[in-house]
Design a binder for this molecule. Structure first.
Ligand code: 6R9
Length: 653
């Protein structure tokens, strides 16, 4: 388990500021506790009330919560109900004052590129693109691949899918052709939406070339719709590729929303696990949408007049739930940003906050640490007085970064909402209720309504105070994934077997004497690089796919900015020389196989791996060496060949 030592001694407590509490929806611990109690003692009544108040239904549900976490795993919310997510995100806001309100404010990477879509305008575009999808043969239940950067067309495409009941399957814009291919094949997609070129950190990206390389190996993809992000021609394949604008030019803006069942799939999003192949987390309609909305409403305490800025890329789950479905369901204004925090200068986020008067900012510890390193002069040079609430996601936020966020950005008046959750969970599970909970830097605090966490030891016993254990959930919540796409057994095996009868998150945590949760990192072979999950097995299989590599073992190591970096131990095939050139080649190879986020930070060539007599690589030892803790290697007597360790220590990178 990755230990966050500094957190173990953190005991500062900060109360939410009186000006925040004065306006908060939930403004006392008593109120939080009362609502929480009601939500877990009577979930059917609680979620029925939430569903009634927050969603618009074409047909009311018959049952509220039904599940089994043992034997045949199933989870159902609001069965029998009918609704449409795009209707809930758009149509129902058009009747009143929200009609002309900004739904999406888009800020491109180039400073001068920005655009606002009111709810009415977004509705128009979504209906048009829904008709485009139909004209291209897309039907209810079909999977639609999307490989786009952070541009408004991405949101339009997602909502258009939901309008006609198609299942979107978004691949993060930084992924490689191979990664797109694997996901499209697994999802059995027949259409891909992409763009011609893109921008990143001032550089030009050839997105279509990457998509072309992927599609060359996806015989089922018959159609490709290409957004012209940049006014420049790209390769277009006759009969397959067609420009977005050409199709939209003649599309009607009238499109009736499809009445979907509560449990119809909404989207598939691939995520890394401890085994090689990423799994397609499948989310369904009513429960997911309600849960994303409720967590924005309560954990971010969002207001109609707010400008809300989630900096995540929509290619990750945070962007799905917290750039799109949560805020738009509530009729809020969601600001989406194409660029990066440090281009053209390290104050890019603060420039955006100043320009649009952002009230709620949701970002990741890795970005906070990087900006912290660039110096306080950058945020200090901008007017940040509009900020009311700050939030964090992706990895544990270390107390130093928390304090910087709280003091330098929030001027000690904004609560810091550290949200713990996963692709699988659909929305936040543990975070402070901002107007109610005193905050402790580095703690994700308490569960959301209806969420029942428990910390279990490896033997399945409940862990004691501060003891630490596997973070599990005793029962479902509406946003939990419903299955691994195309592989029902994998759902059960991954999440419900290790701690029988429970959903096991794969994270370790401890609970302190006040009942506050402190996340301790993954307990499986998943590392967290800049808040993104990477299975060590994925990187290993990319490495061994290279002609020179005999064996590879990948571990995480502490990294100042990224949280964890990737350290690869590589044994080369007989006769191959381990040169610096080869290291570069291996890094390039991994980038090509998976994408830049999987690039090893360090590669160490080693003639052998530390193995047990049964042939298992002892990762514990590799992790310690990578972290530089060479005097903490512990018992190495079970190794088949203990001289391997001396060699590894001597050649540490
Ligand atoms: C939303 C998202 C999930 C994994 C999760 C955990 C880590 C996310 C965290 C956090 C501590 C937080 N994680 N948020 N750890 N504190 N506030 O990031 O989803 O990409 O699926 O990653 O990220 O290890 O298990 P995903």
């Amino acid at each position: 388990m990755a230990e966050m030592k500094s957190m173990m001694v953190e005991n500062r407590v900060f109360n939410p500021s009186p000006e925040f509490v004065a306006k908060a929806r939930v403004n006392s611990l008593e109120q939080y506790k009362e609502m929480y109690k009601r939500s877990v003692e009577n979930p059917n009544e609680f979620w029925a009330q939430m569903a009634e108040e927050n969603l618009t239904w074409f047909k009311k549900w018959e049952t509220v919560e039904e599940y089994s976490f043992t034997d045949d795993i199933y989870i159902r919310y609001f069965a029998g109900g009918k609704l449409n997510v795009s209707y809930n995100c758009l149509d129902r806001h058009l009747d009143g004052p929200r009609k002309n309100k900004a739904a999406i404010i888009w800020q491109g990477e180039p400073l001068e590129d920005s655009k606002t879509y009111t709810y009415q305008q977004l509705h128009n575009e979504v209906c048009k693109f829904a008709n485009v999808l139909k004209s291209q043969g897309v039907k209810r239940g079909d999977r639609v691949g999307i490989y786009l950067p952070m541009i408004p067309e991405l949101v339009i495409a997602m909502l258009a899918c939901t309008r006609i009941g198609a299942i979107h399957c978004i691949v993060f814009g930084g992924f490689s052709a191979e990664a797109i291919r694997d996901r499209m094949l697994d999802a059995k997609a027949e259409i891909l939406i992409t763009n011609n070129f893109g921008y990143r950190s001032g550089k030009f990206l050839g997105s279509k070339d990457v998509a072309d390389a992927a599609m060359a190996q996806c015989p089922d993809i018959k159609k490709c719709i290409v957004v012209k992000r940049v006014d420049k021609e790209c390769n277009m394949v006759e009969g397959r590729d067609v420009y977005w604008d050409d199709l939209m030019a003649t599309a009607s803006n009238k499109c009736e929303p499809e009445a979907m069942d509560s449990e119809d799939p909404l989207f598939i999003l691939y995520t890394s696990g401890s085994t090689g192949k990423p799994k397609g987390a499948m989310h369904t309609t009513a429960g997911y949408h309600l849960y994303a909305m409720m967590t924005v409403k309560y954990f971010f305490d969002i207001r109609d007049e707010d400008v809300y800025f989630c900096t995540a890329d929509i290619g990750w789950v945070t962007g799905h739930s917290y750039c799109v479905y949560g805020p738009l369901g509530l009729g809020a204004t969601s600001l989406i940003f194409e660029g990066v925090p440090n281009y053209p200068a390290p104050d890019r986020f603060w420039q955006i906050v100043e320009k649009y008067g952002v009230n709620i900012l949701y970002t990741a510890p890795t970005a906070i640490r990087a900006m912290m390193k660039d110096g306080d002069q950058w945020p200090k040079g901008r007017d940040l007085s509009s900020l009311r609430l700050l939030a964090s996601v992706g990895e544990p936020i270390n107390p130093e970064a928390w304090m910087w966020y709280y003091t330098v950005i929030g001027k000690e008046k904004c609560p810091i909402v550290d949200t713990w959750w996963q692709t699988e969970t659909g929305g936040h599970l543990i975070a402070p209720m901002p107007g109610a909970h005193p905050m402790k830097p580095g703690s994700a605090v308490n569960p959301f309504f209806g969420v029942v966490p428990v910390l279990l030891t490896a033997e399945g016993k409940e862990a004691g105070v501060n003891e630490g254990g596997h973070l599990c959930m005793k029962k479902p919540w509406p946003g939990i994934m419903r299955g691994v796409y195309g592989d029902p057994n994998r759902f059960k095996e991954t999440y419900f077997v290790q701690q029988p009868g429970h959903y096991f998150s794969g994270d370790g945590a401890r609970k302190d004497e006040d009942g506050y949760y402190w996340l301790l990192g993954r307990v499986d072979d998943v590392i967290n690089v800049s808040g993104h999950r990477m299975g060590t097995a994925e990187v290993e299989s990319a490495l061994v796919a290279h002609a020179t590599v005999a064996e590879a073992a990948v571990v995480g190591f502490p990294h100042d900015i990224k949280g964890e970096g990737i350290y690869a131990y590589v044994t080369l095939k007989e006769g191959v020389e381990g040169t610096d050139e080869l290291k570069k080649e291996l890094v390039a190879h991994v980038r090509k196989e998976i994408g830049p986020i999987a690039s090893p930070d360090k590669i160490q060539f080693t003639p052998g791996m530390p193995k047990t007599r049964s042939g298992k690589i002892m990762r514990r030892i590799l992790r310690k060496i990578a972290a530089g803790a060479v005097d903490e290697l512990g018992d190495t007597s079970t190794l088949a060949d203990s001289t391997v360790v001396d060699n590894l220590v001597a050649n540490r990178q």
